[in-house]
Structures are given as structure tokens and as C-alpha cells.
Design a protein around this ligand. Structure first.
Ligand code: AMP
Ligand code: MN
Ligand code: MN
Ligand code: MN
Length: 282
């Protein structure tokens, strides 16, 4: 039986494990094929691919692209991408530059709230200096004793209306999808149930995602309730979208599901891996 997990993070972005350690954990959990989908960076793919080959599981090169849609941040996962594609590489390089500027602004905002040294603090938690993400700030705030755990930090800081929040413009939905397609990847809307959108707005997002060349949505993810799994399975069927399954694993103690430990896709779904070319799986 296949146990495919197409959404995972390593310490190349805001995950805690090295790419090879993530693959080893996936193997322990009987995952048969794994995608590494770090935020806005491809630097972990080579190590993960090698590790997957060594332990004999399939590997899908991926990325999770940060997008601004209206006032919302949306994530688009690219699966089966050619990591050498210059269009994708250039787009991600620009996102990483914006990320650096945002990190500096977050530190300024936290200092205004009485929490100093956050830029240096977050950097100590970031293995890859090119990706400073909010979880790195959150881990620093936990270390300082400002909150008990990362989830509590996110309730009290770093989000809209709370200290340390900074508005940021990433890239457009159209651009993100075009980069992924330029790199021969499948664009998949990540964790659609997580965005604070009305049903109407969500419909419009899905319309625009499909119009821009999006091909799949995550139906099973660490963020979805059972009702949301049903809802997005129906949406995928109705819209002719491929269905993806991913844990969105970030590391021990920070994620609802370990790699491969999520429920299966509902029967009605057409799995996105039917469209992935299986050189990745050899
Ligand atoms: P960034 O891309 O730097 O804005 O960071 C976004 C990341 O923060 C997401 O990919 C999650 O890993 C994490 N995150 C966002 N919201 C929460 C939350 N409410 N609780 C825990 N982690 C969160
Ligand atoms: Mn993340
Ligand atoms: Mn995400
Ligand atoms: Mn993710």
C-alpha cells in the first residue's frame, strides 16, 4: 500500500529537522513517497533526494511558495518541480529578499513591544540564513519565556492585530503558478481550510487559482478537520482538481501529524500523484 506525503518542511525553511533526518523519520513511519516542500527555497532537495534513494522511498521535489492574494497570505505548493529552472529560482530569490526585509521589520515591531534582540534571536534558530520565518521568531520568544510554546506565541504575537505583526507583500497567485509551471511542476493550493476567508471568497480564490493554471488542492493536511476534508474533496471533484495529501510536518512537538500519519484521501478523489511522473519514485 502507498503512503504518500506531499507536504513537509526541513530546517532549510521553518522545519526543525535536516532533510535527511526528515526522510529517515518518513521511512520509519512507512511513507512510500515523500515531497520536501520548504518555504521559498530549494536548498534541501538534493540532500533529501539522496537520503530517499538511500532508504528506498520515492522522492518528489517540491516547494511552498508564499503568495499575497488581496489582503491574505496564501501558500501554493509546487510538486515535481525542476529545481534547476531559472524562472522558478529567480522568483524564489526575490521572495527571500523580501523575507529578509520583513524579518528586520518584525524585529523592530517586537522591540516596540518591549522584546529586544529578536533579529539576532530568530537567526540563532534559523539554520538557513536566507529563510527567516515567523516560527524562528516564535521559538526565540519561547526561549525568552514570553510564552509557553510556539502555538501560544502565534496566538499572542506575530499575527494580524498583535505585536510583531508586519504586513508583507509576497508574490501574486498568477506569478507563483507561472513559476511552478515554468519548472514543469504541478501547482497545488496548500491547506485551503486554513485561510480566514468566507465561503464566497474561498470560491473566488479557487476560481482564480484554476484560471491561473492551478491543478490541485490539498484535501488532507495537518490543518484540516474531518469536515474540511469532505468539503475540499467535494470541491476538487466539482472543479476537476487533483487532490493532494500532506502532513505539513515541521518537527517534533510542532505539528499535528508526523510524516505519513494523516488519514487517507477520500475515495472520490483523483490523487495528484497519478499525474506525477514516476522517475521521482524510482
Ligand atoms: P512566514 O512564512 O514566515 O510568515 O511563516 C509562516 C509559518 O508560520 C507557517 O508556514 C507555519 O509554519 C507557521 N505558522 C503560521 N501560523 C501559525 C500558527 N497559528 N501556529 C503555529 N505556527 C504557525
Ligand atoms: Mn511553515
Ligand atoms: Mn503553508
Ligand atoms: Mn507548509
Amino acid at each position: 500500500m502507498q503512503n504518500i506525503d506531499l507536504h513537509n518542511h526541513s530546517r532549510v525553511s521553518d522545519g526543525l529537522l535536516a532533510p535527511a533526518a526528515l526522510v529517515a523519520l518518513a521511512k520509519t513511519n512507512a511513507v512510500t513517497a515523500l515531497a520536501l516542500t520548504d518555504h521559498d527555497d530549494l536548498a534541501g532537495l538534493e540532500e533529501a533526494r539522496q537520503a530517499a534513494q538511500d532508504v528506498g522511498i520515492g522522492f518528489v521535489p517540491g516547494v511552498e511558495v508564499s503568495v499575497t492574494w488581496g489582503t491574505q497570505t496564501i501558500h501554493v505548493v509546487g510538486l515535481g518541480i525542476d529545481e534547476n529552472n531559472p524562472v522558478l529560482r529567480q522568483g524564489l530569490a526575490e521572495l527571500r529578499q523580501g523575507r529578509q526585509l520583513r524579518a528586520e521589520q518584525i524585529a523592530v515591531e517586537l522591540a516596540r513591544a518591549g522584546i529586544g534582540g529578536a533579529l539576532e534571536g530568530a537567526r540563532r534558530f534559523a539554520h538557513n540564513p536566507a529563510i527567516l520565518a515567523r516560527p524562528h521568531f516564535a521559538r526565540y520568544l519561547v526561549e525568552r519565556g514570553v510564552a509557553r510554546d510556539v502555538a501560544t506565541v502565534f496566538r499572542r504575537f506575530l499575527v494580524k492585530g498583535k505585536p510583531g505583526y508586519v504586513r508583507h507583500i509576497w508574490t501574486s497567485l498568477e506569478e507563483a503558478i507561472s513559476w511552478i509551471r515554468a519548472a514543469s511542476g504541478i501547482p497545488v493550493l496548500a491547506h485551503p481550510g486554513r485561510y480566514s476567508l468566507s465561503r464566497q471568497e474561498l470560491d473566488r480564490l479557487l476560481d482564480e487559482f484554476v484560471a491561473a493554471g492551478g491543478r490541485g488542492i490539498e484535501v488532507v493536511t495537518g490543518n484540516h478537520t474531518r469536515e474540511q476534508v469532505e468539503y475540499f474533496a467535494a470541491q476538487a471533484t466539482k472543479r476537476g482538481l487533483l487532490a493532494s495529501r500532506g502532513s505539513d510536518y515541521h518537527g517534533p512537538g510542532e505539528s499535528r501529524f508526523e510524516p505519513g500519519r494523516m488519514p487517507p484521501l477520500p475515495e472520490q478523489c483523483v490523487p495528484v500523484w497519478t499525474d506525477l511522473n514516476f522517475p521521482f519514485f524510482s
